[in-house]
Design a protein around this ligand. Structure first.
Ligand code: NAD
Length: 470
């Protein structure tokens, strides 16, 4: 018997939902079922797969209300849940538009006149997707949709902290016979995630660095690829020439949207000495205007802290920073409101790299601001991190900002804006340092990584090759 997992509601603190992880034998059976069904799915061809996925999309849209309600119960926030659903639906359409060309077979002549080359792609049979709680729908689907279009079967293991959204997806899935055998959702926690790696041919993991390491090791033992999308501590650099009005608005959004619970949140802000005071005063004024989404989900912009353990981490980072001399200008504490954990947008100054709030992932609406004297110092500080997911640079001109951006060790850098990869998935990027490993999950590479290239080398004449023995 596997133990059921009780799921906490982030607004009430009550455990009002239960998931039951499959025993290992059942998980193996589910994976085998998907594996067996994969060849039929592949044989449908890309157009057939597009039709099935579009049908699923329509079935989901007809249950939009249930899906929204489930996501609100999972995460405690409304507007971001609506945004998640819209982004998911848009991503289906975007991938369906791109897939036929990306999967097209090519044929060409080669440097040897009597040998021609045909290239095709062969999907991995069974892909495992293990996802986190901060954008439950988006992050369980971001790899799933391109993998399905590539022709793979997929088993998804969403986070045990926000699993309610799966039920409406499953009801919609039941209406699409072609898809329901090759897209399996399994409920469960870390143990189920770890077990899943035993049965798949490729694993996509989104989560913490600590778990990412375990996933990488398990995948290496099985000799399967692991694509890891891990934590971040994204810096923003604001140069003297920057438009302060624009930079403060962009950074505030990039730092506190989804209550800062994004891998790509701005978590460290480095500002040129000469504009430091002006910058943080403006940031504080704008932060004050944001309200908690309490007592109702419609009340304000800042939702609750979704995972209880994260509330402890945010609190710990704030307490340690203050103990070491940081000054809090707004927000600054984790509050219990009606059983949920909340934190208002928080601006800190007098911070430095001896503090966790500047070096470890906080995952909350926390904006520590530090001044720099030279551009070299700003670049050094931004790169002085174990992470390297993304970053932002603000300057008077894009060219000035780009010159700095080129020196940063991060996969995606927003110029005169912040956290753009939350909304724009077209640019290919790789994580630096411990923020991840493997091919880009964005841009065309995101779909291609679910296939292996296969080359057919075809002799086109019937004479002897000059290199043969005779
Ligand atoms: P987590 O590592 O605790 O869990 C992630 C998933 O892994 C969950 O589904 C969990 O059940 C599963 N899991 C736990 N132990 C496992 C094991 N041993 N083997 C296999 N699976 C296991 O992360 P979290 O707290 O859910 O998510 C927050 C983290 O995710 C943050 O660090 C955040 O930065 C990161 N994140 C990264 C990205 C990105 O694109 N780089 C996006 C979102 C979140």
């Amino acid at each position: 018997m596997t133990k059921k997992i009780e799921v906490r509601n982030p607004r009430t603190g009550k455990f009002d939902y239960v998931i039951i992880p499959p025993p290992p034998r059942l998980l193996a059976q589910q994976c085998n079922r998907a594996r067996r069904a994969q060849s039929r799915w592949q044989d449908l061809g890309v157009e057939g797969r597009i039709a099935a996925i579009q049908q699923w999309k329509q079935a989901i849209l007809s249950r939009r209300e249930q899906l929204t309600e489930a996501l609100v119960n999972d995460t405690g926030r409304l507007s971001i849940s609506i945004l998640e659903i819209d982004s998911f639906v848009n991503s289906i359409d975007r991938w369906c538009g791109l897939a036929p060309e990306l999967l097209q077979e090519t044929a060409k002549n080669t440097s040897i006149p009597f040998i021609s080359l045909q290239q095709t792609t062969v999907p991995y049979t069974l892909v495992g997707v293990i996802s986190p709680w901060n954008f439950p729908l988006l992050l369980s689907m971001i790899d799933t949709i391109p993998a399905l279009l590539a022709g793979c079967a997929v088993v998804v293991k969403p986070s045990e902290i926000a699993p309610r959204f799966v039920a409406p997806l499953l009801i919609a899935l039941n209406e699409v016979p072609e898809l329901r055998d090759v897209l399996i959702f399994v409920e469960g926690g870390g143990e189920t995630g770890a077990n899943l790696i035993d049965y798949v041919d490729l694993v996509c993991f989104t989560g913490s660095v600590a778990t990412g390491r375990e996933v990488a090791q398990a995948a290496a033992r099985r000799f399967i690829p692991a694509y890891l999308e891990l934590g971040g501590k994204d810096p923003a650099i604001v140069l003297e020439s920057a438009n302060i009005e624009l930079a403060t608005s962009a950074i505030l959004w990039g730092a506190v949207v989804n209550t800062g619970q994004s891998c790509l949140s701005i978590e460290r802000i480095y500002v040129a000495e000469s504009i430091f005071e002006d910058f943080y005063h403006k940031l504080v004024a704008k932060a004050h205007r944001l309200q908690l989404a309490h007592p109702t989900v419609e009340s304000g912009e800042i939702g609750p802290i979704i995972a209880e353990r994260q509330a402890g981490i945010i609190n710990d980072h704030l307490l340690e920073a203050v103990e070491k001399g940081a000054v809090i200008h707004c927000g600054g504490k984790v509050e219990d409101l009606g059983g949920g954990w909340w934190c208002r947008p928080t601006v800190l100054t007098n911070v430095n790299h001896s503090m966790k709030v500047m070096t470890e992932e906080t995952f909350g609406p926390i904006m520590p601001v530090m001044s720099f004297a030279t551009v070299e110092e700003a670049i050094y500080l931004a790169n002085n991190s174990i992470y390297g997911l993304s970053a932002a640079v603000f300057a008077g001109t894009a060219a000035e900002a780009l010159a700095i951006a080129r020196q940063l060790k991060a996969g995606a850098i927003s110029i005169n804006d912040a956290a753009l990869t939350a909304l724009m998935h077209e640019g290919e990027k790789n994580a630096f340092n411990f923020s991840g490993m493997g091919a880009s999950r964005m841009g065309a590479a995101a779909l291609k990584r679910f296939t292996r290239k296969q080359a057919f080398l075809i002799k086109t004449n019937s004479t002897s090759d000059p290199w043969w023995f005779e």
